[in-house]
Write a protein that binds this ligand. Structure first.
Ligand code: PBG
Ligand code: ZN
Length: 324
């Protein structure tokens, strides 16, 4: 295809032509909306580093889920912020823990929305690590046992899907096993398979009050410099029984989304994380960028890279642009 016979601009002349040849379309049905549940009643605490996002008590979580569902968003992912933390993250797998209560409130109010739960210990441990600490190290095998407890307790409370975000080895197999043993053969696992050790989680840790009190997460989350390793992680999770493979964060890892999409024959999710949201909000507030346009361009780029599902704090704001 050579100029002057071929002129790419021919097909860009009108809005109708541009629409006709658009290769990537996003819609509210692509989104999963993350929500932060706190104890109490009538609570709606703004998260300072994430303008427009809140810590919500469970009845407000249910209202927000209702709004999302009305806009065409098929699912939410729940994070819990307990009142009490301890070394074993007990509140993560308690029958009436904060997430368990939030699940029930949402399922009562919006039975058809897909309620996904983040399965991890960091919001529930007093040291803030995603696993059990033994002699200053994060112990893998005792952690996956507790993660499976958490997943089963979420399923018992009515969750439709569980999403382990801890990055311990073997946790998908352990969770699949325990869900099946307890009769939850139909609860899918969305695995945070390629989850990188990223500074883009900063605002989330403020929102969830889950920053590690000592050290960092480098012994379990992936080195941002690695790509082949993401394929190994994804393959392991496929073999262990994952139903959806996630890459996280999204923007600095579009190449990883693309590679995983190419190599793995399962649906791929990408997490457009807190720092990615905050940067756009901050730059828009300063008048440096058009926030809405950058939001839509960003979400489109994540889908174009290969994500079938996008977890994003922009879900409601973006969905409103489609006028459901
Ligand atoms: C918990 C978890 C984190 C995120 C999702 N689940 C934080 C972390 O690993 O430190 C990050 C989400 C975001 O930044 O939006 N393991
Ligand atoms: Zn964690």
């Amino acid at each position: 295809m050579l100029f002057p016979e071929y002129r790419p601009r021919r097909m860009r002349q009108t809005k109708a032509l541009r629409n006709m040849i658009r290769e990537t379309r996003i819609s509210p049905s692509d989104f999963i909306f993350p929500l932060f549940a706190v104890e109490g009643k009538n609570i709606k605490n703004p998260i300072p580093s994430m303008p427009g996002q809140f810590q919500l008590s469970v009845e407000n979580i249910a209202s927000m889920a209702a709004e999302a569902y009305k806009l065409g968003i098929p699912g939410i992912i729940l994070f819990g912020i307990p009142n009490k933390k301890d070394s074993l993250g007990t509140e993560a797998y308690k029958k009436d823990g904060i997430v368990q209560k939030a699940i029930k409130a949402v399922k009562n109010r919006v039975p058809n929305i897909t309620v996904i739960t983040d399965v991890c210990l960091c919001e529930y441990t007093d040291h803030g690590h995603c696993g059990i600490v033994e002699k200053g190290k994060i112990d893998n095998d005792s952690t996956i046992d507790l993660l499976a407890d958490a997943a089963v307790s979420h399923a018992r409370a009515g969750a439709d899907m569980v999403a382990p975000s801890d990055m311990m080895d073997g946790r998908v197999a352990e969770i699949r096993d325990r869900l099946d043993d307890n009769g939850f053969i139909n609860i899918p696992i969305m695995a945070y398979s390629a989850k990188y050790h990223s500074a883009y989680y900063g605002p989330f840790r403020e929102a969830a009050n889950s920053a590690p009190k000592f050290g960092d997460r480098k012994t379990y989350q992936m080195d941002p410099a690695n790509a082949m390793e993401a394929i190994r992680e994804a393959n392991m999770d496929v073999e262990e029984g994952a139903d959806i493979i996630m890459v996280k964060p999204a923007l600095s890892y579009l190449d990883i989304i693309y590679r995983v999409k190419t190599e793995i024959d399962l649906p791929i999710a990408a997490y457009n994380v807190s720092g990615e949201y905050s940067m756009i909000k901050a730059a828009a507030k300063l008048g440096f960028i058009d926030g809405e346009k950058v939001m839509m361009e960003t979400l489109t780029s994540i889908k174009r890279a290969g994500a079938d599902i996008i977890l994003t704090y922009f879900a409601i704001e973006a969905a409103k642009k489609f006028g459901a």
